[in-house]
Design a binder for this molecule. Sequence first.
Ligand SMILES: Cc1cc2nc3c(=O)[nH]c(=O)nc-3n(C[C@H](O)[C@H](O)[C@H](O)COP(=O)(O)OP(=O)(O)OC[C@H]3O[C@@H](n4cnc5c(N)ncnc54)[C@H](O)[C@@H]3O)c2cc1C
Length: 576
Amino acid sequence: MNLSKLNKTLQKQFDGRVRASAENGCDVLRGELDSWADVIEAFQTAASKNSTTHVLNDIVCAAAQDAPMRLPADSDDSLSGDAPDVLVIGGGISGASIARELTRWKLDVLLVEKEADLALQASGRNDGEVHPGIDLGKGSLKHQYIRRANRMYGEVCRQLDVPFRRVGQYVVFKKRALFPLIALYAFWRKHHDGIEDTKLLSAKALLQREPNLAPDTAFALFNPSAGCVCPYGLTIAYAENAVQNGARVMLNTAVLGMTVEDGRITAVRTNRGTIHPKLVVNAAGVFAEEIAKMADDRFYSIHPRRGTNSILDKKVGAWLQSIASVKDLSIHGKTHSKGGGLLHTVHGNLLAGPDAVETYEKENVATRPESIRTVFDRQKGTMPALSERDIITYFTGVRAPTFEEDYVIEPGRRTKNLIHCAGIQSPGLTTAPAVAIDVAQMAVDLLKKERAVQENPSFDPVRKGVPVLRELSDEDRDAMIKQNPDYGEIVCRCEEISKGEILDALRAPICVPTLDGVKKRVRPGMGRCQGGFCSPLVTKIIADFLETEPSRVRKSSAASVITFGPAKDGKGGEAQ
Ligand SMILES: Cc1cc2nc3c(=O)[nH]c(=O)nc-3n(C[C@H](O)[C@H](O)[C@H](O)COP(=O)(O)OP(=O)(O)OC[C@H]3O[C@@H](n4cnc5c(N)ncnc54)[C@H](O)[C@@H]3O)c2cc1C
């Protein structure tokens, strides 16, 4: 559709309150609307009918004013004058995997992450499903990457010592009348889109494999290549392997602004001083558009989309060994998300969710009861015995889609020393291993225009994680305890985590000495009691490791004080 037709449609839809204009190869929407839902509607119209490749959001919506980006509390000069070859902005799965792939070359790589740990945004707040790609249309970048990346998972997780299980995914249908249509769809996906392993299963065969799924199932699509992985575990492992191979990772470090001269970024301002990178990789998730703006290279807009998951007790985890969901074919079910489902996690819990809710708030991860209710109402259709009473915790994450609902993986359009890895919504965890290889190659190709870039002969793809004692045989565990008695001191009873494992996590290549940092790495506090019993013990271990008072240990960020007053015996407790 050309611009004048688009404007006619917008005129009808919004009484002239929104207009589109073509600028720098994009359709820019301007005007004033009353609600965020109206803004989304305007962009859905524009994205489906735009005359260029991207639509940009410059609509004013007084009712949808987001809070400023959360920033680290500290600032110093530790990066002042630093001049890395590549500056990677963002410590999610995209940034961490790109940093690791870049270390295959002799390059000075610096990754900055504004939060106190890696994977604190979307990469630590997702389902951990390694998608098979059945629901992605051919032609998108998402589709281009998904099969290639899915196949890489076994090898990548072996190298990085991260648990990954190819458990398979069942898409369940309850109406038998749909069988011919879905059979045709599966045939099409197999032969046209390369999803070769998809199979149709009868209800009987499905219920033999997964007897706790709904008995009123008619048939199912089975995608054996789907799997599950620990998403924050993989992000941390990628970043640690990058550090082992020479990259630097700076947490609590936010990019605040840039100087662009003659189409090049010459300076990047952070809370730790001004950096002068030769090349910048924008992997900033929901803030990728802001980074693009700083770099004078904004040509896409991100519209955040929330999703909530509940984690259920391991007792319920045993009810399903794979990934399953009932397909919602109604208009209401079309949410640009697979639609959620149930997933047996690599740690043995059951995960229910997520939903998909448009929002203007990029960092509001508060969980709303209605989201949990929506997910449960729907997933009880997948597994009738599901009960909200089995929830041990829940979380919300925010996806970062563009209005075109596809990735932006390309060099800057106006700014030469920049690469965008943006719009990385679901299945961004799945596609990361392949995307990272391509972005790293893109970076090397750009740098090679100005200087020689050699391969790093000492690159080692293997990273060893902390040993998981509960998974060892009795003999191996005994041997380890004999060597180091700390492995025999159980601190978290729910997850059976020893003091030795906690200390190993603190000695890892990227040390995050907070309760949440340790929890993400070795799981104390992840079990049924959610840290009720072990948190004080873990706090003490961290304090002893840091040679400080327990009152100085934080939950995650500098502001997340754990103890506010002295204990009954009058000791400790002052929040500093
Ligand atoms: C609820 C939900 C479920 C999902 N389920 C799946 C799934 O099952 N499978 C799948 O494949 N994908 C899934 N996804 C998608 C997947 O999580 C994302 O695609 C992926 O995590 C994106 O990673 P990222 O590194 O690009 O972004 P992020 O993880 O958001 O990382 C970006 C990082 O940049 C940092 N940053 C931003 N601005 C700055 C700045 N100015 N300075 C410094 N740092 C900055 C942020 O703090 C953040 O840590 C899901 C997403 C959600 C929300």
